[in-house]
Design a protein around this ligand. Sequence first.
Ligand code: PMP
Length: 404
Amino acid sequence: MAFDIKKIREDFPILKRKMNGKPLIYFDNAATSQKPAPVIDAEREFYEKYNANIHRSIHRLGEEATKKYEEAHDKASKFINAGFEEVVFTSGTTESLNLLAYSLGSEIKEGDEMVISQAEHHSNFVQWQQLAKNKRAKLKFAEITDDGTLDLGQLSRILNKKTRIVSLFHVSNVLGTINPIKKISKIIKEKSNACFIVDAAQSAPHMKLNVKELGCDFLAFSGHKMLAPTGIGVLYGKQELLEKMQPFMFGGEMIKHVTFEDTKFNDLPWKFEAGTANIAQAIGLGAAIDYLNKAGMQNIERHDAELAKYCYRLLDSMGDVEIYGPEERNSLVSFNVKNVHAHDTAAVLDSEGIAVRAGHHCAMPLHSLLGIPASARASFYLYNTKEEIDALGEGLKKVSKVFS
Ligand code: PMP
């Protein structure tokens, strides 16, 4: 399908809103994306036509809901080239990564080592830090160079046979840096026996992922950043690893047989999906994946990277804007107008109808490394345009004028 941005924009009802009489320019996609009509319709249709619990009802509604839920599972598996058994639905990246910290964490012993980078989102940071504290294990940090990329030489040097877990971002939610996951997988396998976890929250919405090619053991992402509703996300894990892992939560759905003495757990992926699932949200995710596939992930990747580059160059040419991270980036640009707090920048832009994020973007350690309390972030998706970025440029000129 041709990538027709005019048509795409028509599919997103929220983009018709006016802000202060101006067209809404939504540049906060890294926080959450907007939703197209087919996703909203899919969720509504579930509640209007076949709302029922799944996997346990003999009646027709239950069967229809189960079929649609399992179809969504199938679409999510194919989206990243994983097997059906290898994709677990969670509430999002945060739950996926906590599930891993709990299940893999039960095997961590005193003196074991874990590695994350200095630029991780708190949801790929705090649980490893706490796990290390609780188990007297060591948490090491892969360093970020001055140009905002991961220092692969330093990463290689801190890996050894004691390293049990390496968990890294694919695309940084602050720097926009794209980590070379395939290359990193190789380095990890050469130097250690560690499990390699990829936080794909900022890559899955924007690039075609193939877990077989990436070579990671686990990968996590959130539906709401890729056109789907909130409350649904994915944990991919290699089948042989998921088979061996302890469930994260116990209860209904995740069991095969329960006696007074013991429990036999359910088959994959249901072993990791205790309790009533987020059924409507999962069906919404299925519709979102259909939408992304139709637009073409390669088209989306090219479009979003082009916008990020255009924005980087525009902001760079302004003279009083500091940009964080390398020029080669995926879909977002974090910056500060010199001598202006990011919150003030965002407030002025908001008055122009432009929504950007301002703050530490759940990456406080990285911001302290950068020596700044906060940054503003413009993040793009398939419905954004260069004209909107030009408007951001004009908005930033106003910021400079107001605060000079
Ligand atoms: N990792 C990264 C890189 C992110 O950008 C985010 C969301 N900002 C998360 C993890 C957490 O995602 P969620 O809040 O959807 O669980």
